[in-house]
Design a protein around this ligand. Structure first.
Ligand SMILES: C[S@@+](CC[C@H](N)C(=O)[O-])C[C@H]1O[C@@H](n2cnc3c(N)ncnc32)[C@H](O)[C@@H]1O
Length: 229
C-alpha cells in the first residue's frame, strides 16, 4: 500500500523545520521512553513512524544491546534520521515504508513504539493497531505517546487540517488490543488539548472494554466508542 500523497507532501515540507519546532507541542516523548517500566530490556525494537530518529537515539542509548528498526513513510524524514543515528548505525535499520499490515518480522520485536504517529493515520489507525498486535512478540510491550482529545472544536479542526485526529479514539482501541500496564493522560497549554502515554503488553485477543489504571485517578472505564478520560 502506498502512503497518502498528502502525508508525503506534508513531511517533505516540514522535515527541515521538524526538530526545531516539534519540542513545543509533541510532549511526553522522552518521558514515555524513560518510564517504560519493563522488567527485561528489549532486544528488538520497532518504531513505526520514527520520523527524524529522535526516539530511536534515546532507545539506543537506554538499551545498548537492542537492535533497532525504524520505519517511516517519508524518505525526507528518514534522511534526517540516518544522519542522527550514524553513531548507532551497526544496530539500526531504517526502512522507508507505510505501515498498514503486519510485517511478520522473525524474530518478532519485543518492543513496538508509536510516537505521535497513530493520530496521523486517517483512515487506517485501527488496522495499524491490529497490525502492531500481530507483530508484537508474545512477551512484548507496546509504548505509545500521542494526542488524545480536545474540548475545543476550532482546535480539533486546526489539527485535522494538519492531518491529526484528536477525537479520543486511540485509547479504547489500544486498551482492547493490549493489556494496559501504564496509562497517563496529561494536559497541554492549560487544557487546550490532552495527550497520553500508554504502555501495554501483548494479549491473545481483544476484549470489549477495560478498567484502566490512570496515574492521576484511581481508575477509569474506557468505553470502546469514546473515551471518558
Ligand atoms: C509527528 S511525526 C512523529 C515522528 C517521531 N515519531 C517523533 O516522535 O518525533 C509522524 C511520523 O509518522 C510517519 N507516519 C505516519 N503514518 C505512518 C505509517 N502508517 N507508516 C509509517 N510512517 C508513518 C510520518 O511520515 C511522520 O514522519
Amino acid at each position: 500500500m502506498q502512503p497518502p500523497e498528502k502525508l508525503l507532501r506534508y513531511y517533505g515540507m516540514h522535515s527541515g523545520i521538524y526538530d526545531a519546532t516539534r519540542w513545543t507541542f509533541l510532549f511526553g516523548r522522552q518521558r514515555l521512553l524513560r518510564e517504560l517500566g519493563l522488567s527485561d530490556p528489549p532486544e528488538r525494537i520497532l518504531e513505526v513512524g520514527c520520523g527524524t530518529g529522535v526516539n530511536l537515539l534515546t532507545l539506543g542509548r537506554l538499551f545498548p544491546q537492542a537492535q533497532l528498526l525504524g520505519m517511516d513513510a517519508s524518505g525526507r524524514m528518514l534522511e534526517r534520521a540516518r544522519r542522527r543515528l550514524g553513531p548507532l548505525s551497526s544496530r539500526v535499520t531504517l526502512r522507508e515504508a507505510y505501515y498498514h499490515s503486519p510485517l511478520r518480522l522473525q524474530p518478532a520485536p519485543d518492543l513496538i513504539c508509536f510516537s505521535y504517529c497513530l493520530s496521523m493515520v486517517n483512515p487506517g489507525w485501527d488496522r495499524v493497531i491490529e497490525a502492531a498486535a500481530a507483530d508484537l512478540a508474545p512477551h512484548g510491550a507496546i509504548a505509545v505517546v500521542d494526542f488524545h482529545a480536545s474540548s475545543h472544536p476550532w482546535f480539533r479542526r486546526w489539527m485535522a487540517w494538519n492531518h491529526v485526529r484528536l477525537e479520543g479514539h486511540l485509547l479504547p482501541a489500544l486498551a482492547a488490543h493490549f493489556a494496559t500496564t501504564s496509562l497517563k493522560v496529561e494536559s497541554a497549554y492549560a487544557g487546550l488539548w490532552r495527550y497520553f502515554l500508554f504502555v501495554g503488553r501483548a494479549r491473545s485477543r481483544p476484549e470489549p472494554g477495560h478498567v484502566l489504571p490512570v496515574s492521576h485517578r484511581t481508575s477509569v472505564r474506557i468505553p470502546l466508542s469514546g473515551c471518558s478520560v
